[in-house]
Design a protein around this ligand. Structure first.
Ligand code: BV8
Ligand code: ZN
Length: 245
């Protein structure tokens, strides 16, 4: 059993608005490899940061398509872990929670979380590389890249690639939460990818109590009021249990 500082529990219980940023680490215990160290097998020789770009897709669409189909196949076989479920339950206990995720795997929604702000999009949707028209995601096993029904362009996953701007409405909602929350939880993220990585920093600068949950230190660790070092799938259910009882 993890022992939490009493004042941490009190601050969470009394919070008026909790903002939460999650990263790939929250899906690690579901079996989804994290973004940076998750390449295995065929993909070990590629750097995800080089595959998740418009340039990579333009240069070698089939390679990038195969990578996403491999990830979709993997995500189709996993389930949300106790950390996802604890975050979904927190929405039932607290009247104002903003859940912001960098993850594209849809596991928060499958665990029951509502109104998830998917800053980096969702791998389970496709859109046209040419005209942005959204269309039903191809089944993970589909090898050939589908064509847009509207313009004939190539399908791509509906995620934000490096070098692409985030959806401004989602980003504004995330900034607003970072600026107005009284507690900010940064969970399972290496806080490297911008602009998401600036959200916890911004929250702390605006006077929020910053809490980090991660087995490893990150650039945000030194700014956090509380660092809960360990896997989110273990920490979150125990934290929720402590708050609720
Ligand atoms: C943009 C979708 C305007 C695709 C992703 C300022 C400075 C420097 C660079 C930039 C900057 N501003 C913009 C940039 C460029 C770039 C960037 O940030 N580069 C970085 C690498 C420096 N940003 C962008 O391009 C963004 N666009 O800003 O637009 C613009 C336009 C043109 C030019 C400039 C600016 C777009 C970024 C979005 C990229 N898309 N995903 C896909 O998934 O295929 S990001 C990708 O990384 C994933 O979404 C992932 O979630 C995300 C962040 O990584 P993490 O989630 O943190 O995952 P990671 O593996 O890194 O870490 C896992 C953590 O979990 C670790 O800390 C580990 O310890 C922990 N962990 C492990 N197990 C557990 C655990 N924690 C808890 N429990 C466990 N069990
Ligand atoms: Zn199109």
């Amino acid at each position: 059993m993890i022992s939490f500082p009493g004042e941490l529990i009190e601050q969470l219980r009394g919070a008026q608005h909790i903002a939460i940023l999650t990263g790939a680490g929250t899906s690690a215990e579901s079996g989804v490899p994290t973004f940076r160290d998750g390449q295995s097998g065929l993909w070990a020789q590629y750097n995800p940061q080089e595959l998740a770009t418009p340039f990579a897709f333009q240069t070698n669409p089939q390679l990038v398509w195969d990578w996403y189909q491999w990830r979709r196949e993997l995500i189709a076989q996993v389930s949300p872990n106790p950390g996802h479920f604890a975050l979904a339950e927190m929405q039932a206990i607290f009247h104002h929670i903003t859940l912001i995720s960098q993850n594209v795997d849809g596991l928060h929604q499958r665990a029951g979380s509502q109104n998830v702000i998917e800053l980096h999009g969702n791998i389970l949707r496709d859109k046209c590389f040419n005209c942005d028209a959204a269309f039903k995601a191809a089944p993970p096993a589909k090898k050939s890249i589908p064509r847009c029904p509207r313009c004939g362009g190539l399908a791509r996953p509906d995620v934000v690639w490096f070098g692409e701007s985030l959806d401004s409405d989602k980003l504004n909602l995330a900034w607003e939460a970072a600026q107005n929350c009284d507690v900010f939880l940064s969970i399972g993220t290496s806080t490297v990818v911008q602009p998401a990585a600036s959200l916890p920093v911004n929250a702390g600068e605006n006077g929020a109590v910053l809490i980090e949950i991660n087995p490893q230190p990150t650039p945000v660790t030194r700014l956090a009021a509380y660092v809960l070092q360990g896997p989110s799938g273990e920490i979150l259910p125990q934290l929720l249990d402590k708050i609720a009882n």
